[in-house]
Design a protein around this ligand. Structure first.
Ligand code: UDP
Ligand code: MG
Length: 324
């Protein structure tokens, strides 16, 4: 039926929201403003209420009743931003799909430029990268830098420092992402892994318009470990390599002690050195087992094949995949 349709492309905006009652009205206003500048596109909102405890769901219901471009899914509990994005990708119907935060840290005003790049057919996705981290706690920036250094050294997919999840992608990419149904998700790794031609747009960091960050330091730390474990096998080989190294060193030391005893008749000295060695080797073993445990626990969750999300409420019952 393509022939009769007016040739208007649809852009879906996937917006994960967790306790965003303050930011949402501002976000909606801003996107509405930008969409008026993009008359050649049809806009669809896909809001995902990630089990918010505040009035987020009510606000979304109200928006949906006023504006039929709005689709919302409300989760049965907090499943995390990754699950929310996945649900958005599964249910987005656009030719182009963008993910963006509800706090306006991902400026909607970049959308026309992003769409123009896709239109030129030189790129399949346009991603954004912050060139500074102003307004973020210092310690968080330092840890973020270290994380990106490490993960890029030890994984195959290219993960750009300062990259945000904010990007506009063509349908083919979204289908590929939905196809990657792994349970432990790390989107920046997934985007890199599937490939396609990506244009990077740098922009200055903006502080969130309202509300507080939903990521505690601990949550971010766990997320970065997940990122490493999901996209690299190097930690596993650290375990075996350090095993080989320490067995080698221990062998040489034992030989030295034997030679000293046999040739020079030295007594083998004291237990403190022994205790140190035992503790050291014990520590290494625990560390290696810990690494394996990390992978094993991921496999454990993966084999259960649990859904990523469960929808409690939505305004588009007939259209939405409620468990995915
Ligand atoms: N978010 C979510 N579920 C969570 C945590 C965050 O859906 O468990 C959403 C949040 O509402 C926001 C986006 O993910 O739209 C990014 O979160 P935030 O702005 O707090 O992160 P930051 O920008 O500080 O990294
Ligand atoms: Mg934010």
């Amino acid at each position: 039926m393509k022939g009769i349709e007016i040739n208007m492309k649809k852009i879906s905006l996937v917006v994960p929201c967790y306790n965003e009652e303050e930011a949402l009205p501002l976000f909606y206003q801003e996107v509405d403003r930008v969409s008026n500048l993009m008359k050649e596109y049809e806009i669809e909102f896909v809001f995902i209420d990630d089990g918010s405890k505040d009035k987020t769901c009510e606000i979304l219901e109200e928006l949906a009743s006023k504006d039929d471009r709005v689709m919302y899914l409300s989760f049965s509990r907090n499943f995390g931003k990754e699950a929310a994005m996945y649900a958005g990708f599964v249910n987005a119907g656009g030719d182009y799909v963008a993910v963006m935060d509800a706090d306006l840290q991902d400026p909607p005003s970049l959308l026309p430029e992003m769409a123009a790049y896709l239109e030129s057919d030189e790129y399949d996705s346009v991603a954004t990268r912050r060139i500074n981290r102003e307004g973020e706690p210092k310690i968080r920036s330092i840890f973020a830098r270290i994380f990106y250094k490490i993960i890029n050294k030890i994984s195959d997919s290219d993960i750009v420092d300062g990259a945000r999840d904010y990007r506009l992608m063509k349908r083919e990419m979204i289908d590929a992402i939905v196809e990657m149904g792994e349970y432990n998700r790390f989107s920046k790794g997934i985007f890199g892994w599937i490939g396609f031609r990506t244009k990077w747009l740098p922009f200055q960091n903006i502080e969130r318009v309202a509300g507080d960050t939903k990521w505690s330091f601990w949550k971010l730390f766990k997320y970065s470990i997940a990122g490493i474990v999901n996209f690299s096998q190097v930690p596993l080989s650290i375990a075996s390599w350090s095993g080989i190294l320490f067995t080698g060193v221990a062998l040489i030391l034992i030989l030295l002690i034997c030679i000293r005893k046999v040739i020079f008749g030295d007594p083998v000295a004291g237990w403190p050195s022994m205790a140190c060695i035992v503790m050291f080797i014990g520590g290494i073993q625990l560390f290696c087992m810990g690494i394996m445990g990390q992978y094993l626990s991921k496999m454990y969750l993966e084999t259960k094949r649990r859904p990523h999300y469960i929808v409690r409420k939505t305004n588009k019952e007939e259209q939405v995949r409620k468990v995915g």
